[in-house]
Design a protein around this ligand. Structure first.
Ligand SMILES: Cc1ncc(COP(=O)(O)O)c(C=O)c1O
Length: 372
């Protein structure tokens, strides 16, 4: 039986008609740049995130880069972030002129450990960038007051966590609601995925909104007038149409992922060598990834592959150990929680369209490998 890590063809089959209803008018109208679907998606994602504005951009990467460019870093300015994330988190800090400062993560959620962030603040710190990894939010109730105490903006990397929420001081807060600016990625494999690269920034900070909107179109909103040097990073109208068609399904897709995760947690409980993922009780997780920790990971992966089961490792090399960041002085042993996780994490298929038989096949493979 084949169980890929993700089955986008299965998703597409369920929504083909809805997609075509949104996409065909764009093709017929030939309005490919900043057409109405872009404006509609910006408003819809801002509303979902309890933010005032949405600004569609070319990718989740640019959704981080543009808000950081708006912070006008000076040489030596530091941004505290997680080493256990996709490369873009720190790559954009560098490309915006900042210096990533990696601190260790919480061993259960893999998100920034607020105590480590507090200990890393220096007079050169200019921002904090939490990553809401795998679909659950970082400890915003600790990070936001810490940032406020030092007058620091918070840029949320919510590329994996659109629609996730967390109880902060007793009230549900959305990914994108509390930070100064937040990036969502619509890379095709995300819970809300386009037909190519796409991303969106949400913010409730008026000056941030104006800067990001301007930076998106070469630093000027009036044709041929440029107040600053920006980028070409518009969200494509066709992508916006695809995403608008998919958006009404996002909540049920994420709920189906959550249900699959709960099923796997039960089915894998007690298997020696396997730890199932922890959800912080304050979080509503959207399970962009379902990540277990396992003994003998590479052998298990090979065993599952032979059975037709796709798996993936996010992330095998922490960012402080990447060759390109050697100049920052990261060394093995510096961030032990993150380094230990990097050796043991394994993402299993959790996509909403999985059948009962497919889920059972994954569990049988894992149980068979460990003789459980
Ligand atoms: C945590 C994280 N940050 C940033 C990105 C960058 O997003 P994109 O691939 O849309 O540029 C991604 C997704 O790939 C991500 O998972």
């Amino acid at each position: 039986m084949n169980v890929p890590i993700l089955d986008l063809k299965a998703q597409h089959a369920t929504i083909r008609e809805a997609l075509m209803q949104q996409v065909l008018p764009v093709i017929e109208g030939q309005t490919f740049i900043l057409g109405q679907p872009v404006l509609d998606l910006e408003a819809a994602v801002a509303a979902l995130s309890h933010a005032t504005w949405g600004i569609g951009v070319a990718s989740g990467t640019d959704g981080l880069l543009l808000p950081m460019k708006a912070l006008d870093f000076k040489p030596g300015d530091e941004v505290i972030t997680s080493p256990f994330t996709f490369f873009a988190t720190a790559g954009t800090i560098h490309n915006a002129g900042g210096r990533p400062v990696f601190v260790d993560i919480d061993p259960l959620t893999y998100n920034l450990d607020p105590a480590q962030v507090a200990a890393a603040v220096t007079p050169r710190t200019r921002a904090i960038m939490p990553v809401h990894l795998y679909g659950q939010m970082a400890a915003m109730e600790a990070l936001m007051p810490l940032a406020a105490q030092h007058g620091l903006p918070v840029i949320e990397d919510a590329c994996q966590s659109i629609g996730a929420r967390r109880k902060v001081n007793g009230a549900w807060r959305m990914a994108g609601e509390l930070g100064t600016a937040t990036s969502f990625s619509f890379f095709p494999s995300k819970n809300l995925g386009g037909w190519g690269d796409a991303g969106l920034v949400v913010t409730s900070d008026e000056s941030m909104e104006q800067r990001v909107r301007r930076l998106r179109t070469h630093g000027g909103l009036r044709m041929y007038h440029h107040e600053e040097i920006g980028f070409n990073s518009r969200l494509d109208t066709l992508q916006a149409a695809v995403l608008l068609a998919k958006l009404p399904y996002l909540e049920r897709w994420s709920a189906a992922r959550r249900a699959n995760a709960a099923w796997f947690n039960e089915a894998l409980a007690g298997v020696p060598g396997v730890s199932t993922p922890a959800t912080d009780p304050l979080n509503e997780h959207i399970f962009h990834q379902y990540v277990v920790q396992v003994d003998r990971r590479e052998a298990l992966q090979a065993h599952l592959k032979a059975m037709g089961v796709g798996t993936a490792v996010y992330y095998s090399v922490p960012l402080h150990l990447q060759e390109c960041f050697a100049f920052l002085g990261g060394k093995p042993g510096k961030l032990p929680v993150c380094e230990a996780a990097a050796h043991r994490v394994l993402a299993l298929p959790v996509y909403p369209e999985m059948t009962e038989a497919q889920k059972a096949h994954v569990v049988a493979g894992i149980r068979g490998f460990y003789g459980a």
